[in-house]
Design a protein around this ligand. Structure first.
Ligand code: FES
Ligand code: FES
Length: 171
């Protein structure tokens, strides 16, 4: 379906009310519209799509607290859901650490990694993750540019700093 066709379909679509980054929104979606497409069509452009097949993780969001590939979630199933995107999840400490460790190059994967890192840190709570464990947490997200060392190092550095500050479950 072309972009024009998709827009026409969405104009006559089903109204879905949900919360995105704390704001109540109502989306008009066709049955086949993914949450990724619906978010982007509604102007939430920070969430990026690449493969749109559940392979790369760039479209990751939290859906009712659970990380999902938004390209795989039909938007019509998201009525009353709470969606958190990279927009509200990107804490300055994560952004700074990613940049400091050379983990942002083309940047296409970055929104998904920010969501994945926050999810890993929330899941771990006060438990210190090993390098291997952080690798595992981020394994669903692909980066073609950086290798993964900088991404993992940045995530571990943020975790250590937050735990030292007593804020392991922040944001
Ligand atoms: S765009 Fe959703 S996993 Fe690649
Ligand atoms: S920075 Fe380019 S894909 Fe990750």
């Amino acid at each position: 379906m072309s972009t024009a066709d998709r827009s026409d379909a969405d104009a006559d679509g089903t109204a879905v009310a949900l919360t995105v980054d704390g704001d109540q929104v109502e989306l008009s979606v066709a049955p086949e519209t993914s949450l990724l497409r619906a978010l982007r069509d509604a102007g939430h452009l920070a969430t990026t799509g690449a493969c749109e097949q559940g392979e790369c993780g760039s479209c990751s969001v939290l859906l009712d607290g659970r990380m999902v590939c938004s390209c795989l979630v039909p938007a019509v199933t998201c009525a009353s859901a709470e969606v958190r995107t990279v927009t509200s999840l990107c804490a300055p400490d994560v952004a700074d650490a990613l940049v400091a460790h050379g983990a942002v190059q083309c940047g296409f994967c970055t929104p998904g990694f920010v969501v994945a890192i926050e999810t890993a840190l929330r899941t771990a709570g006060d438990r210190v993750l090993s390098t291997d464990e952080m690798h595992e947490h981020l394994a669903g997200n692909l980066c073609r540019c950086t290798g993964y060392a900088g991404l993992v190092t940045a995530a571990l550095e943020v975790q250590r700093a937050r735990l030292a500050a007593g804020a392991g479950r922040s944001t």
